[in-house]
Design a binder for this molecule. Structure first.
Ligand code: NCD
Length: 311
């Protein structure tokens, strides 16, 4: 299978068979990883640069591991964007990366659209590792893989995405992917944290956890992203937890076998109770991290089939 795209910038616009094929390939990497084997010939001699303008633990580490398991030379560049003019920095960076003849560029940036801009300026294949509040495509793929492995399918599932949807690129990518694959997606949160575009995206909106969680197969909690909030959109953490924090009491309204997800990092006691997050039966949060490595290996593998640099 090949992808018609040279880059992976967003889920929006991908077709269901393309998504399914990526998940199938990722599944084969889950098995490879569990067997302890690697496939270092695939990207031997290739260079992958992790270019992170924002903090990251899971995403950056898993791209690094994925690249190394496929044999690439991996370089991590952390760039603070606090004091620099973003447009200028990005274009300067693009020129530098081109000179280094990098093959794969994994970008995280605080501005929505930054990876798209870089993709126009660099010769490398660009992967969006999260841009502003826009998209985080590999997170949606790893979430879908986690759900599909547990539930056996995506079609027909009721999926509740809860909390700070407004600032969440994870939510946006998940809404596109899960809707395309036939899941029924709803968002649950206070009116201040649910963007108006949700109606346009065809998702159901709830402002009450009891209604929003009723009959759900999957409950995904999102981090309250205070760093992206200009004004006080949420009351105190205690109040927020009372109404929107995922605890066992609220979870009783979902299906008895509903699975609990969170992309991390978690604010325990704010959007999710520790007892739920750590529950070995309901929570798949650690499995999401494992799937992250397999999904990123699959994405690197697929983009490598496009021949990388357009020089
Ligand atoms: C998310 C992100 O950075 O968008 N984290 C992640 O990649 N696992 C979600 C978040 O920051 O809350």
């Amino acid at each position: 299978m090949t992808t018609p795209h040279r880059h992976l910038l967003q889920i929006e616009g991908l077709h269901p068979p393309q998504i399914a094929a990526m998940l199938d390939l990722a599944e084969s990497y889950v098995l490879l990883n569990r067997s302890g084997k690697t496939q270092r010939d695939l990207l031997r001699g290739r260079t992958l640069i992790n270019l992170f303008f924002e903090d990251s633990t899971r995403t950056r580490t898993s791209f690094e591991l994925a690249g190394k398991r496929l044999g690439a030379d991996v370089i991590n560049m952390s760039v603070s964007n606090s004091s620099v003019n973003k447009g200028e920095t990005l274009l300067d960076t693009a020129a530098t990366l081109n000179a280094m003849m990098c093959d794969l560029l994994v970008v995280r940036h605080g501005e929505s659209g930054a990876p798209n801009l870089l993709a126009q300026k660099v010769d490398a294949a660009v992967i969006n590792a999260g841009d502003g509040t826009h998209e985080h495509p590999t997170q949606a793929l790893l979430d879908a893989l986690t759900i599909r492995r547990r539930k056996g399918r995506l079609e027909g599932l009721k999926i509740a995405i809860c909390g700070d949807v407004l600032h969440s690129r994870v939510a946006r990518s998940n809404i596109h992917l899960l809707s395309a694959m036939g899941s029924s997606v709803r968002v649950v949160g206070p009116p201040t944290l649910i963007p108006a575009e949700c109606a346009r995206l065809g998702v159901e909106v709830f402002h009450n956890m009891v209604e929003g969680l009723t009959d759900a197969d999957v409950v995904m909690a999102l981090r309250v992203q205070r760093e992206r909030m200009s004004a006080g959109l949420v009351p105190s953490a205690r109040e927020y937890f009372r109404f929107f924090g995922l605890d066992f009491e609220k979870l009783t309204y979902a299906k008895p076998d509903a699975m609990v997800m969170h992309p991390g990092p978690m604010n325990r006691g704010v959007e999710i109770d520790s007892a739920v997050a750590d529950d070995p039966v309901r929570s798949v949060i650690k499995e999401q991290v494992e799937m992250g490595v397999a999904v990123r290996m699959a994405v690197l593998d697929l983009l490598s089939r496009q021949g990388f640099r357009n020089v």
